[in-house]
Design a binder for this molecule. Sequence first.
Ligand code: SAM
Ligand code: SF4
Length: 300
Amino acid sequence: MTDQKFKRTKKLHKAIKLNLKRRTVIVDDELVFHKNVPIPSWIELSIIDVCNRSCSFCPKADPKIAPNTYQKMTMSLIEKLTNDLKKINYRGSVTLCGYGEPMLHKDVFKMSKKLAEAAFVEIVSNGDTLKPETINKLYNSNVNKLLLSLYDGPEQLTKFKKMTEEAKVPSDFVIMRDRWHGSDEDYGLKLTNRTGTINIGVQDSIGTFTYCNYPSYSVLIDWNGDIFLCPQDWQRKMTTGNIMKDDFFDIWTGSTISKFRKNLLEGKRCDKPCTECNAEGTVLGKNHAEAWKKIYKTTA
Ligand SMILES: C[S@@+](CC[C@H](N)C(=O)[O-])C[C@H]1O[C@@H](n2cnc3c(N)ncnc32)[C@H](O)[C@@H]1O
Ligand code: SF4
């Protein structure tokens, strides 16, 4: 192992440390194999391509990069994905987050209930549409965790704590993440350039990190079923397959994603979008990366 892999340029903010710790449990704890290959532990879904906010650090704020198209994922796609995940005995999380605000999709409850048959379901939301009844309905739709991005200020902690109590759900069902900080604290985020689509704050320069574990343990599925390499890819130009055309496991083990995965395990960010990405790709997924390296006989 080289130093390059674990080089960190900034001290982690307290809120980020907590979030990473929680993610590590989901992503790394249980390494599940199907047909002798490790299956992912984190699948992110973009169920709707619109957001009601416009945050300065998010590419969604730029209509030239990520316009609000109002496109929505269908229930038939959710059913197909759930069936594909059952076939491989999936045990990880499916996170409703992606390129928009998931709570703006009217079918979010039905979708969560279906996905929960095959996965640990999480929703990441800015919380703007929430009411006590909505939180209760999410809990009763078998959502495991509701993660709130609090962008306005500490007063939101009191607001959402009260709402959670009124919703009569366990207090640890709702996780609040403080994201009201300024650029000097990276906005409370593990700030990245989202594959070169946003340049705000103090960003690591491209090339700082070369290794990346993301395609060893995760994928992002867009509203139409296109599967992208990772949640960092806001360019959305290079798909590795489409869930409506092919089986999830066949895409996961297909030639496109395999080429990226292997290169990145060898420290080669040599193809787009990775050539423009500044994310520290080795924060999570170490167990998956090691398992894939054995399969590829990689010594890097
Ligand atoms: C695009 S949002 C979608 C979900 C929801 N609308 C929300 O704001 O939580 C997904 C996540 O990406 C984070 N995010 C946005 N821009 C980022 C950036 N440049 N670097 C790191 N995280 C970012 C947001 O704070 C949020 O947690
Ligand atoms: S290098 Fe960046 S874009 Fe490529 S897989 Fe890793 S996080 Fe995603």
